[in-house]
Ligand binder design. Structure first.
Ligand code: DON
Length: 302
């Protein structure tokens, strides 16, 4: 594995310079582009890393999997009246389908869907962000996990698009709580900082039939775990989900901080990170690294 990781790093590093660090959140634009890391965590507890695998970065939309998991645990099948399970074929921050589809977002991973999930968690928890942080600390085994207030505040300052979605959903009666409060907790969740190692460990329950070995807990049932992986495979990379399935062949979830997590069911959870993004808002070098990794090792759910 270590040799394969070295080869992948050698292939991926020259791609840095071809993408663009997210700058629509000003506090994120300050991240140095020349970083690259991979962590692979096996169901047996083995850890393989290369590059900047222990450097913390903004997890951004990767947080949407944790909030979905929390809401599935607490709302069960009832939650699916408020959010769909179909790929959107649209960018993560698109508004167009929301009006046509009466304020019910296509899936929990586009921003509108994640906002509805955050709204549900707002109804369920006294402090939804605290609940998320505690949950993530437990799953990653890292008690130091924190949210970056500067990034969260920067997102809130430039919230117009996300606020527009949330208010539109409220106008369709698909949003129960105060929009500004939910936006605050959604942004605090996106601004959580973790490393590739933390994320590979925290996602390991999705590779392990819902069981997390660090916290020794069944996070989701085996069936729910399959369902989350199915949603990641069909919608985890937005309008690039098809391309990701074609190139990588695994359930995955990206964030505009440049992280991508992928699941090899019953075997491994993987996190790659490199801050520069392609046009769809997914890590450019990260995609290439995962593609080569899955091809070299023969990983694919297809
Ligand atoms: O709400 C936003 O736009 C960001 N906090 C998260 C977007 C994101 O990470 C999209 N993923 N590639």
């Amino acid at each position: 594995m270590d040799q394969i990781l070295k080869e992948i790093q050698a292939l991926a590093l020259p791609l840095i310079g071809q993408g663009k660090v997210a700058d629509y959140i000003p506090a994120l634009a300050k991240v140095s582009a020349k970083q690259f890391g991979i962590a692979i965590y096996s169901n047996k507890g083995e850890l393989f890393t290369i590059g900047d695998a222990t450097t913390n970065f903004s997890i951004q939309s990767i947080s949407k999997v944790f909030s979905l998991t929390l809401s599935m645990k607490h709302f069960g099948a009832g939650m699916w009246d408020k959010v769909g399970r179909e790929p959107s074929g649209q960018p993560f921050n698109s508004l167009v389908q929301l009006e046509y589809e009466a304020g019910v977002p296509r899936n929990p991973f586009i921003n509108a869907g994640a906002l509805v999930v955050s709204d549900m968690n707002q109804s369920r928890f006294v402090s939804p962000h605290y609940a998320m942080k505690t949950f993530i600390r437990r799953l990653s085994g890292n008690q130091e996990v924190q949210s970056d207030h500067k990034v969260a505040n920067s997102e809130y300052e430039f919230r117009s698009r996300n606020a527009a979605m949330a208010y539109l959903m409220k106008s369709f009666d698909n949003f129960d709580n105060d929009v500004e409060e939910v936006l605050r907790s959604y942004f605090s969740n996106c601004a959580i900082r973790m490393s590739c190692v933390d994320l590979a460990k925290a996602f390991s329950f999705l590779a392990n039939k819902g069981y997390c070995r660090h916290s020794d807990e069944q996070v989701l049932t085996e069936q729910e775990t399959k369902q989350v992986n199915a949603l990641m495979a069909t919608s985890g990379l937005y309008d690039e989900a098809g391309n990701f399935a074609y190139r990588v062949g695994l359930p995955g979830k990206s964030g505009v901080g440049g992280g991508i997590v992928a699941i090899v069911p019953d075997q491994f959870s993987v996190c790659v990170w490199s801050p520069e993004l392609n046009k769809a808002g997914n890590s450019l070098a990260g995609m290439a690294a995962l593609e080569t990794l899955s091809q070299k090792i023969g990983w694919s759910v297809f």
